[in-house]
Design a protein around this ligand. Structure first.
Ligand SMILES: C[S@@+](CC[C@H](N)C(=O)[O-])C[C@H]1O[C@@H](n2cnc3c(N)ncnc32)[C@H](O)[C@@H]1O
Length: 277
C-alpha cells in the first residue's frame, strides 16, 4: 500500500466524462487551470517551469471505481484489448498521463492548454516534457496505428437531422449553451453500430440511441445515412424530480427540456450507470 497526496486539482469545466476527449485536441482554443494545493511549498516547486512549453500531468481517474483486464476502446471496431495496451481509465491503478501545453505559470497555479481531464481531477505530479527524452515518433504503435489510419479516412456515414431533432438541438444550444452536435456527428459518422463504450444501443423498436453526456439521441441507420430523430434527457421526468438526482449534469436543462418539448426519457435498463457517466 502506498499513500499519495494530490498536489493540485484541475479546473476544466468538463463536468462529465463525455465532455473530455479521449486525448486532448491540440488545436482547440481551450484554457484550463491547475490549482496547486496551498501551504505545501509547491509555489517554489514551480520555479523554472515556465521555460517549458509542455508538461506531463500524472493524475488519477478519480471517477472510476473498477478495472477490467480486457477493455473495449472507444475508437475503432468493437474489439476488446488488454488494458495495458490501451489508455483506458479502467486500470488497476487508475493513473492518467497527459502531455499538456503550458501557457503560463502564475502564483500557485498553472494555465494549461487543451486537456482530457474532467473538472476536479486530482493531479499527483508534474514533469517537464523534454522532446529529447520523451518523443519517439517513429516507434511502432500497435493496434492504435491501424485505428488511426481508419480514422484519417473520411467518415463513412452521412449524418442527417430530422427537423424536430434539429430544432431540439438548436434550442439546447441557444437556451442552455449545451451543444454536443459536433461530437455526436463525429462518433456516428465513423461507426453508428452498437458499442458499449461509445454508449450506442439498439432499442427494442430496432432504432438506436447514443448517450451524449447527460443526454440521449435517437437515430436510425439506412445504408450509409444516419438520421438523428430526436433528443431526450438521459433521465425520465419521474427521476429528475427526485432530490437524490438533483446533482446529475445539466439537471435544470433536462427538466426544462422535458417540459418544453413534452419529451420524457424512455426507461433505461441501468438507470444508475448508463446515461450520464
Ligand atoms: C482515454 S483517457 C486518456 C487519459 C490520459 N491522456 C492517458 O493517456 O492516460 C481520457 C478519458 O478519461 C476520462 N476522464 C477524464 N478525467 C477523468 C477522471 N478524473 N476520472 C475518470 N475518467 C476521466 C474522459 O472520459 C477522457 O475522455
Amino acid at each position: 500500500m502506498i499513500t499519495l497526496q494530490p498536489i493540485g486539482y484541475v479546473r476544466t469545466g468538463k463536468r462529465v466524462k463525455f465532455d473530455a476527449l479521449h486525448q486532448p485536441e491540440e488545436s482547440a482554443q481551450e484554457q484550463h487551470v491547475l490549482e496547486m494545493v496551498p501551504g505545501c511549498g509547491y509555489e517554489d516547486g514551480l520555479r523554472d517551469l515556465a521555460g517549458f512549453s509542455r508538461i506531463w500531468l500524472i493524475w488519477w481517474f478519480h471517477r472510476n471505481t473498477t478495472w477490467r483486464p480486457m477493455v473495449l476502446p472507444p475508437r475503432g471496431p468493437a474489439v476488446r484489448r488488454g488494458v495495458f495496451a490501451t489508455r483506458s481509465p479502467h486500470r488497476p491503478n487508475p493513473l492518467g498521463i497527459t502531455p499538456v501545453q503550458l501557457l503560463a505559470v502564475e502564483k500557485g497555479r498553472l494555465i494549461l492548454g487543451p486537456c482530457d481531464l474532467v473538472d476536479g481531477t486530482p493531479v499527483f505530479d508534474i514533469k517537464p516534457y523534454i522532446p529529447a527524452y520523451d518523443a519517439f515518433p517513429d516507434e511502432r504503435s500497435g493496434w492504435t496505428g491501424e485505428v488511426d489510419a481508419a480514422l484519417t479516412a473520411p467518415p463513412r456515414y452521412t449524418i442527417q437531422w430530422s427537423a424536430p431533432a434539429l430544432a431540439q438541438a438548436e434550442w439546447l444550444a441557444r437556451e442552455w449553451q449545451i451543444d454536443f452536435r459536433p461530437r455526436l456527428e463525429e462518433l456516428l459518422g465513423r461507426d453508428p453500430t452498437p458499442h458499449r463504450t461509445r454508449r450506442i444501443r439498439r432499442r427494442p423498436d430496432n432504432t438506436f440511441q447514443i448517450g451524449c453526456g447527460g443526454w440521449l439521441a435517437g437515430f436510425t441507420v439506412a445504408g450509409d445515412t444516419v438520421l438523428v430523430t430526436g433528443l431526450e434527457p438521459g433521465y425520465p421526468a419521474r427521476l429528475l424530480d427526485q432530490a437524490e438526482h438533483q446533482a446529475i449534469p445539466d439537471h435544470a436543462a433536462q427538466v426544462a427540456f422535458s417540459a418544453h418539448w413534452k419529451v420524457d426519457s424512455r426507461e433505461q435498463k441501468n438507470l444508475k450507470k448508463a446515461p450520464f457517466d
